[in-house]
Write a protein that binds this ligand. Structure first.
Ligand code: NAD
Length: 363
């Protein structure tokens, strides 16, 4: 089979880790007899430098004409002036909105070889294997009005709007339930229904959706309790479904369970394709552009490599190939390969290219 993948390297370590991901996809293609055609396009700071726009129209077009997108990261000190008229992050938000990618999927799975790199005790993180499904293009990040003004008595005041329509919540929850069916069949819906009206609607819709999946165990957990349970009993969670703001915060908290940001992949999905077989998706590491280590060849490429594995499984239905990549990552770690961010005593410290090569050798 032939698949068209758009590569959006972006800024900082983005180009380094996307190069590793592209090399891995090439190797998977060779081993399993698939053709992965790649096209590169601009996003983020580099796109501002070259075109004045963090998301040039040409980039959206290339993405729409392909089967999936692999993105590195955007942003960096060069473009971080808060008063600048355009910012790299607008490219990312625009891409998610432009491609209608409403569900962000973040698996957090601890590779046994890395049990000691989590800041939490190894007996707490043992067995952690959860997925956070976060609503990505609604809620308080997009709700209007969003503004800052001066009140008639001269005080500065700012406001944001947290708004969810029933269909926005329902489509996200359906993704969570469908994922749960492929896993351990449990969904935890997160809200703040004791305080927020938008959360009370979310919970109402969560119960309606849950009724359609009687084979899946469902629970509601308040966001503050969820933040606490993630540290106290993280291995109890299977799929966590949350709105944009709560999902954003909980997924960064959960990322620490796996040891390093450099280990965490993600997928942002739109609707399933018309034949119902697969999702169009944007795949990217959870981490940012890491300007502090950019250009040194030491960035951990595993989050991007694991994102490419998610692409193989979720957008292309290539389950065996995705398993092969994930198990090759596990074996490279078990054989002692470590980039500096996950280094520990007695292991082999390597750079981005050597880590990618170690995984490729083990596919
Ligand atoms: P960051 O994730 O870039 O870096 C945080 C820390 O983790 C740094 O010390 C960095 O060196 C380390 N790190 C991150 N990825 C790593 C990897 N693959 N290997 C080894 N170490 C890694 O977050 P930040 O420093 O808060 O943000 C830097 C820039 O990235 C900012 O401009 C921010 O806006 C942007 N950002 C972009 C995205 C994205 O593109 N999706 C996400 C988060 C932050």
């Amino acid at each position: 089979m032939k698949y068209k993948i758009t590569l959006l390297p972006g800024d900082g370590i983005g180009p380094e880790v996307v190069a590793a991901g592209a090399q891995l996809l090439g190797a998977v293609g060779d081993r399993f007899g698939h053709e992965f055609e790649t096209n590169e396009a601009l996003i983020g700071g580099i796109a501002i430098d070259e075109t004045g726009n963090p998301l040039p129209e040409a980039t959206l077009e290339v993405c729409r004409s392909g089967d999936a997108v692999l993105l590195g990261a955007v942003g960096g000190p060069k473009w971080s002036d808060p008063l600048a008229p355009v910012r790299p992050e607008q490219g990312l938000l625009g891409l998610r909105k432009g491609l209608e990618l409403f569900a962000n999927i973040r698996p957090v799975k601890l590779f046994p070889a890395l049990a000691d790199t989590s800041p939490l005790r190894s007996d707490v993180v043992r067995g952690v294997d959860l997925v956070i499904v976060r609503e990505l293009i609604g809620g308080i990040y997009f709700g209007q009005p969003q503004e800052k003004h001066t009140t008639p008595d001269g005080r500065r005041e700012a406001l944001d709007t947290m708004r969810y329509a029933e269909d926005e919540a329902a489509r996200l929850l359906h993704v969570a339930y469908q994922l749960a069916r492929q896993r351990r069949s449990k969904v935890t819906s997160v809200d703040k229904a004791n305080v927020l009206a938008s959360s009370r609607l979310w919970r109402e819709v969560a119960h309606e959706v849950a009724a359609r999946y009687p084979d899946v165990v469902s629970e509601d957990v308040l966001v503050d309790s969820c933040a606490m349970y993630l540290l106290r009993r993280p291995a109890d969670f299977d799929v966590i479904a949350a709105g944009n703001l709560f999902g954003d915060i909980l997924s960064d908290e959960a990322s620490m369970l796996a040891g390093s940001m450099g280990m965490l992949p993600s997928a942002s999905l739109g609707e399933k394709l018309a034949d119902g077989s697969a999702w169009f998706g944007l795949y990217e590491p959870v981490h940012g552009s890491a300007p502090d280590i950019a250009g040194q060849g030491i960035a951990n490429p595993l989050a991007t490599i694991l994102s490419a594995a998610m692409m193989l499984r979720t957008s292309f239905g290539l389950e065996k190939e995705a398993d092969a990549v994930e198990s090759a990552v596990g074996r490279a770690l078990a054989d002692g390969y470590r980039t500096p961010d996950i280094m520990s005593a007695g292991m082999k410290q390597v750079g981005t290219a050597e880590m990618a090569a170690a995984v490729i050798e083990r596919i």
